[in-house]
Design a protein around this ligand. Sequence first.
Ligand SMILES: Nc1nc2c(ncn2[C@@H]2O[C@H](COP(=O)(O)OP(=O)(O)OP(=O)(O)O)[C@@H](O)[C@H]2O)c(=O)[nH]1
Ligand SMILES: [Mg+2]
Length: 380
Amino acid sequence: MLIQLDTKEEEYILDLQQQFEEKFEQAFVAFKRSVKKPNILLIGSTGVGKSSLINTCFGEDLAKVGVGQPVTKHIESFSCDSKSVVLFDTQGYEIGSGKEQKFLNEVVEYATDFRESDNPIHIAWYCIQAGGARIVDFDISIIQKIQQAGLPIAIVLTKADLLNEEDARKLRQTIKEWLPQIEVFETTIEDKLNNLQLAELCQWSVDNLPTGLQISFVAAQRKNINLKRAEANKIILQHIAGAGLVGFAPIPFANAPLLVSNQAGMIARILFIYDMGSYASQVKDLAGVGLVSLMAQSSMWVVAELLKMFPAVGTVAGGMITGAVAATMVYAIGTTVSEFCATFSEKALSGNTTELKAFIDGKDTFFADEVTKNFKRKQG
Ligand SMILES: Nc1nc2c(ncn2[C@@H]2O[C@H](COP(=O)(O)OP(=O)(O)OP(=O)(O)O)[C@@H](O)[C@H]2O)c(=O)[nH]1
Ligand SMILES: [Mg+2]
């Protein structure tokens, strides 16, 4: 349901939009600055596919623009401004090279010193190449030591597209015998196979991170959109609970956009979770310059579309905005932004540019339908 606005109404919306932009920008920058990045340790011998796993999970940004910093002889850390995780990649050992013991000591020491450090390792992914299909004493020993120190560690069977069912079963059985409490995830860089259990590995990682660091991980990974939905939902509910909407003095529906404008903090968090800026290069070739600037300011764009919708909601509810109605609207705003970003991400990640373009072209209808649907759903 789209309605026509007169000139005065349009000016009013534009003015609010400007106010919102300022608020939003402040909220986004402040939030981004305030979130802490989790430190993830990747262990695995040369060529098992660690770098490929990182690129698949977090997008190519980190590998391309991330600056490597030597931390110890065998560990290098990667971080960049646009990704909200820091990766610690182990380098330069080969099984059977005779230097295993030294490597083991160094990595285990680094990983387990975390209790004392003010910038500790939070979780570890132990990568074993599934093509080789074996786990050796050396692997078991490192994993046990790290586990005993209390650092959450999971086994990642990389290149699992090369693994046949029988080998996979045997490998899992061996791991279960030696490391009964360690979870195992099969991954692949093959998108056609949905990267096998990479989404589950992301879920495990979130579950094992300290609460305050989960949102950063959820934002940085791009292979489990449902994790983003769930995190966005938490934020929406927190916002409704904390917004003081219960004691809210009723305002006329004509002021609905004002309410949207007050949700800058919530929307900033949701857009952070979906890391919308990371799609800019991907859609560059899609529709020329217009879309690039659109994506560069994707947040503004989402919000501008939303603001346009709100006079329409007014006619759905009628009369004044009470605290309960305000809460419903905040829910509808948040859920609509979240669903828009989720659908956009899914289409962008699938690589189907025709579908993505169609989705972008139909965004007005999407916003109108979603806001109305979510508003009604919450109203019951
Ligand atoms: N079939 C298949 N090949 C893969 C997969 N992941 C990585 N590879 C290939 O394995 C090779 C090594 O991958 P990398 O990601 O560079 O391995 P790495 O562990 O980072 O290696 P180092 O940095 O040298 O320690 C590359 O040729 C990749 O293309 C996968 O899931 N399936
Ligand atoms: Mg590498």
